[in-house]
Design a protein. Structure first.
Length: 578
DNA sequence: GCCGTTTTCGGCCCGACTGTTTTCAGTCG
């Protein structure tokens, strides 16, 4: 994790604190903006400062004199006076509750001022004993809402969205590979299975000197606490949040250990049952017939020993993959390499930060044939949704730009809002001029069932994809009410694709719904929903989710060539207008 | 605290919804 991220988090925390302290709200906005800019900034901020000093920092949009000074102070001294000052003025632990749906700065401040609430425990107590409910403005509905928000938050708190762990794990693995003693290395656990959230992160290595490998591991940059450090196992907390366990096993047991630590538990139990019926025993050290080890060096060997083909990690949930494997009916899963483009990206035209040129350039680097620019529509005011005129201007610029591009094409698209009555936020005459149309629900009334809105949107001949179909946010909210089975049925009927939104906090559709969609023969579209080019890597999360839902390349429209994709998008038009 | 065809002060996105009010505050997107 570089200093960009560290600084970004500092400014974010300060923004939270200032909001709690009732500072000028525009100052709060400025801090938040600085945090976002820093997080998104493609270059290492330390490098920028080293080369150009405070002046170079100020040249970054959103960073002015005062914030530049603070950044410089931190980079020079490792401290930021203002940060420490502000943090000393607020109950820091309490502020973590700002992440809870339904709790804002005013509510916290009220509890702090009137009830002396200082900690999360305090807050829960006043919530339960009714003293919070007695304060002005706090009715029963509000209390109920906060309780539900807290429940969801608690349930998710110990698990980490995979997208947050992903860069860290890759960083650790890359760092470990530099050590000569490390031979083979891989992540395992739910991370390797690409589950949407992960608990502890497990990494497995083989190597010649366990103690040295573990010692190197617990001294990696980013380690804030060491929990264990021995010959075969090390455990450390990275960045105060992520627990990472590293295991070193003998070369001949690597496959068995990888299989064992990848899980899932249910999958492993099922495998062991089969092994037992064959007079074999599977452990993390190998597959044994009596005392004789008959497999273990490679994972495929382990599966082969009990008469199965190798099963991709993403399928190992005991959701029928073992039976499918035994019957020779495992799906040939889509792979990242099959993906020819990203089908949901925001540009600077709405609430993204990248220009069309930057997106095109990055798409080319990623080896894409195309990338769909899907900015927000008029009604999405908070996201600078595009008025029709501005959309037309964007389309023209894309058409022009495409003539000068080599090897990659931008698709003129939109993420059009599905309005409360199910109409779309742009008229058909406008939509028909676009290459790619994602339609999404962004606003809904509490407890509203949005199924009919989405069904109606799918009837539109110009809608190619339903964006993030359930609206859930992994760490924040459950999403709107929607009958996913009806959506899938209608998607099949109208040949509308459903999105696998690959943004780490969405992963929507989620794995089980992807599987349902596949069983119904529905096409799926993977889009990162990236708002800057630093988020395009999340395609791998979308592909992981697709794989967890048993997707083959045939069901994913991103595997189509440009020509095939254009043909597919226009075929709906033709069919629906007949 | 940032920024400038609104230019060194004064605006910065703001409407919708909800729940709580009796005219509005808090939260969200």
């Amino acid at each position: 994790m570089n200093k960009n991220k560290v600084l970004s988090e500092m400014f974010d925390r300060m923004a939270d604190a200032l909001e709690f302290l009732d500072e000028n709200r525009f100052k709060v906005i400025a801090y938040r903006k600085a945090a976002r800019v820093l997080e998104d900034y493609p270059e290492d901020i330390e490098e920028v400062y080293r080369k150009g000093g405070v002046k170079a920092l100020k040249a970054i949009p959103g960073i002015g004199e005062r914030i530049a000074q603070k950044i410089a102070e931190y980079l020079e001294t490792g401290h930021m006076h203002k940060y420490e000052e502000v943090m000393s003025m607020v109950p820091q632990e309490l502020l973590t509750l700002l992440d809870v749906q339904g709790i804002g700065p005013r509510t916290l401040r009220l509890a702090y001022d009137k009830l002396g609430v200082r900690t999360v425990e305090d807050f829960k107590r006043v919530l339960e004993d009714g003293s919070l409910a007695r304060l002005p403005g706090m009715g029963p509905k509000k209390i109920e809402n906060i309780k539900k928000g807290l429940e969801l938050y608690e349930r998710m708190r110990d698990r980490i969205p995979i997208g947050l762990a992903f860069p860290l794990v890759n960083e650790i693995i890359e760092a470990m590979k530099k050590l000569d003693e490390v031979n083979r290395i891989s992540a395992c656990g739910s991370f390797r299975r690409m589950k949407e959230t992960v608990g502890d992160l497990d990494i497995l290595t083989t190597g010649t000197d366990g103690r040295k490998i573990i010692d190197y591991f617990v001294h990696l940059p980013g380690v804030t606490r060491v929990l264990a450090s021995g010959d075969t196992k090390g455990s450390a907390i990275f960045h105060d949040r992520y627990q990472v366990d590293l295991r070193v096993v003998p070369e001949e047991s690597y496959g068995a250990a990888l299989q064992y630590f990848t899980g899932s538990k249910q999958h492993n139990v099922h495998l062991r049952t089969i092994a037992k019926s064959m007079g074999l025993k599977i452990s993390e050290y190998g597959v044994f017939k009596g005392d004789e080890m008959i497999a273990g060096k490679d994972e495929a060997e382990v599966y082969k020993a009990i008469g199965l083909p190798w099963i991709p990690p993403e399928l190992r949930e005991d959701w029928g993959e073992i039976e499918a494997a035994a019957a020779g009916k495992l799906p040939l899963l889509v792979e990242l390499n099959d993906i020819k483009g990203d089908l949901h990206v925001h540009s600077r035209y709405s609430d993204g930060t990248a220009t069309l040129e930057e997106i095109a350039e990055r798409a080319r680097e990623l080896g894409y044939e195309y990338i769909a620019i899907c900015d927000h529509s008029v009604s999405a005011k908070y996201a600078h949704g595009l008025e029709i005129e501005r959309l037309k201007e964007k389309v023209e610029r894309i058409r022009k730009l495409n003539k000068s591009l080599d090897g990659v094409r931008l698709l003129a698209g939109t993420e059009v809002d599905i309005l409360p009555d199910g109409r779309l936020d742009y008229p058909d005459e406008v939509l028909k001029q676009l290459d790619f149309v994602v339609a999404s629900v962004h606003t809904w009334r509490k407890d509203e069932d949005v199924t009919d809105r989405i069904l109606r949107a799918m009837e539109n001949p110009y809608v190619h994809v339903i964006g993030h179909p359930t609206g859930r946010l992994i760490s924040q909210r459950e999403g709107y009410q929607v009958d996913i089975d009806k959506i899938i049925e209608k998607a099949a009927e109208t040949d509308t694709a459903l999105e696998i939104n690959a943004y780490y906090d969405r992963l929507d559709l989620r794995d089980i719904n992807v599987r349902k969609a596949n069983e119904a023969g529905v096409k799926l579209s993977i889009g990162t929903d990236a708002h800057n080019i630093g988020q395009l890597w999340m395609m791998v999360l979308g592909v992981g989710t697709a794989r967890r839902g048993w997707s083959t390349p045939q069901s994913i429209i991103n595997t189509m060539s440009y020509d095939e994709l254009i043909q597919w998008t226009s075929s709906k038009k033709e069919r629906m207008s007949q």
